[in-house]
Design a protein around this ligand. Structure first.
Ligand SMILES: Cc1cc2nc3c(=O)[nH]c(=O)nc-3n(C[C@H](O)[C@H](O)[C@H](O)COP(=O)(O)O)c2cc1C
Length: 211
């Protein structure tokens, strides 16, 4: 079937981890798009890393070395830091995005990483990759627009956002202390999204193992 998007073959869902046991920790990559020292979004990811230790290995990914996207440098011409990021995403079972709202959207740093990771379109390392999404804001009302824009961008890459209650951590300044999310309610929502992600990954492993 010709898709009109440069993709004419059957979709092949590759999961190298498909035959791992139920108890094998899932490998997750966490990305925020905040490069700020003391970032609340990174604090949420660090808290989730601690919370799920033993069940999931959540690596907080540093996006600082990722250059600005340039379509002149696709495929083999990708910069080394981008090649590494794509390989790391491909090797991970899932992604956890926790982004601060910037100008009613997602931070450019994160969008830039998604743009690199989204190529080739519909066959990229993001295609069918299970994800959890959450947003932070210092204000009392922010975050929702960031979450929506993250959904839209990830949908366009065919990423699979695990169904969960929406996670929007408002007034983040008051809920983070010493680099960790200390608000139990917010942690409940955030860990619920990661639980849903882990369930989806395990379901996928079990299905693929039977196939
Ligand atoms: C460029 C910029 C734009 C921002 N725009 C918004 C916004 O639209 N809505 C909002 O709620 N907060 C906005 N903020 C506040 C950030 O969400 C807040 O500073 C957040 O704590 C930054 O995330 P971090 O702690 O993970 O670095 C903005 C901050 C910056 C630096």
């Amino acid at each position: 079937m010709a898709s009109g998007f440069g993709y004419d073959g059957p979709l092949v869902l590759e999961r190298s981890s498909a035959f791992m046991s139920e108890t094998t920790p899932v490998r997750l990559i966490g990305m925020s798009g905040s490069l700020r020292t003391g970032s609340y979004s990174n604090a949420v990811l660090a808290t989730l890393r601690d919370h799920f230790a033993g069940r999931a290995e959540l690596e907080l990914y540093d996006l600082a070395p990722i250059p600005l996207y340039n379509q002149d440098f696709e495929g083999e011409k990708r910069p080394p830091a981008v090649k590494k990021m794509l390989a790391d995403i491909a090797a991970a079972d899932g992604l956890v995005f926790c982004a601060p709202e910037f100008n009613h959207s997602i931070p450019g740093v994160l969008k830039n990483a998604i743009d690199w990771a989204s190529r080739p379109a519909f066959q990229s390392v993001l295609a069918y990759k299970p994800c959890a999404i959450m947003a932070t804001s210092r204000g009392p009302l922010g975050g929702a627009r960031c979450l929506e824009h993250m959904k839209v961008a990830l949908d366009s890459c065919l990423a699979r956002i695990a169904l969960a209650r929406e996670v929007i951590i408002t007034a983040a300044e008051s809920r983070v202390r010493d680099g960790r999310l200390v608000d139990e309610t917010c942690l409940g929502f955030a860990s619920g999204a990661v639980e849903a992600l882990i369930s989806e990954i395990r379901l996928w492993r079990a299905t693929a193992a039977k196939a």
